[in-house]
Structure formats: C-alpha cells, structure tokens
Design a protein around this ligand. Structure first.
Ligand code: ZN
Length: 162
C-alpha cells in the first residue's frame, strides 16, 4: 500500500525530496481526480513507459488497490505496445520538479478513470525522449545527487537507529 497525494513529496520513500513530486499513487481510501483524457497525452505517456529510466532505488512492486481480487494486470497492452506494470516508476522532468509516477498510472487512467494533474500532462508532452541525453540531463539538473544515488534516505535511517 503506497499512497501519496498528487503533487506532494514522496515522504518516506527513497525519492523523498522537495524536487520530486508524486503523481498517480492512488489507494481506494483516498479521493482522486477523474475525467476525460486527451489521446495524444495517453500515447506519449505510453511511449515513456515502455522502458522508463529510473535510479537504482526502487519503491517495490505496487498492486492496484481498486482491483481487489487480482491487484491489477502485470502487463498492459495498447495497440502494438506492451508495458510492464507494477515494478517500474516513471520520472518526468518539468521546470524545477520531477514527477514520479508508478507504471500503474496507465491502468488507473484506463480502468479507474484517473485524470492526472494538468502539470503532469504538460510534462509528459514536453518530456525529452526516454533515456536520451537531454532527458538524463534534465533529471540530474533537478534532483539532488544524494537523492538520485539513494544515499540520502539510507543515511537518515542510520541516524535514526543511533
Ligand atoms: Zn485496478
């Protein structure tokens, strides 16, 4: 169970930073925005989700809390494109922030009428090609190095134990 309100920091996760904002971390206990989607936003989002780059830190697998019997699909197929679900996270740079979304976001949009924030949709449309130099540079410009390396949260956990 992982819930973050849209456009808030991912508190307690390896990517906790004021530079990183959550999008699409839904759980049934919390209301979320629903509404129509522009097809070109959906198509661009799917392109980004085919093989998303992410730092070595993972936030674990994530089941869909709304699909209470199956936990949601493990794979999502749209046209000729298949996307691995549940394991990958998508990082999308936009101005001074990076949006962090679970790959299940596509399932939430398809099956549960989720409509992500306008800022995120703009970021998806403006995002450089996945894994391109421009993409990686944008992420590194925004996200502090210790967060990207996963050393920030590790250090804090160690301090708490002392
Ligand atoms: Zn579901």
């Amino acid at each position: 169970m992982t819930y973050f309100e849209d456009l808030t920091p991912l508190v307690g996760s390896p990517l906790e930073s004021s530079a990183c904002l959550a999008v699409g971390w839904l759980e049934p206990e919390y209301a979320y925005p629903q509404g129509p989607l522009q097809p070109f936003v959906v198509e661009r989002l799917i392109e980004l989700l085919v093989d998303p780059w992410q730092p070595f830190v993972y936030m674990g697998t994530h089941d869909c809390g709304f699909c209470r019997l199956t936990g949601g699909p493990c794979q999502f197929t749209y046209g000729n494109t298949s996307i691995q679900m549940k394991v990958n996270n998508l990082l999308v740079p936009f101005e001074q922030h990076v949006f962090v979304a679970p790959s299940l976001i596509r399932h939430y949009m398809d099956a549960h009428q989720y409509c992500p924030p306008q800022e995120f949709q703009e970021a998806v449309l403006a995002c450089p090609p996945m894994r391109s130099v421009a993409y990686l540079k944008a992420i590194r410009r925004i996200v502090p190095r210790d967060v990207l390396c996963g050393t920030k949260s590790g250090g804090r956990l160690d301090q708490q134990r002392m």
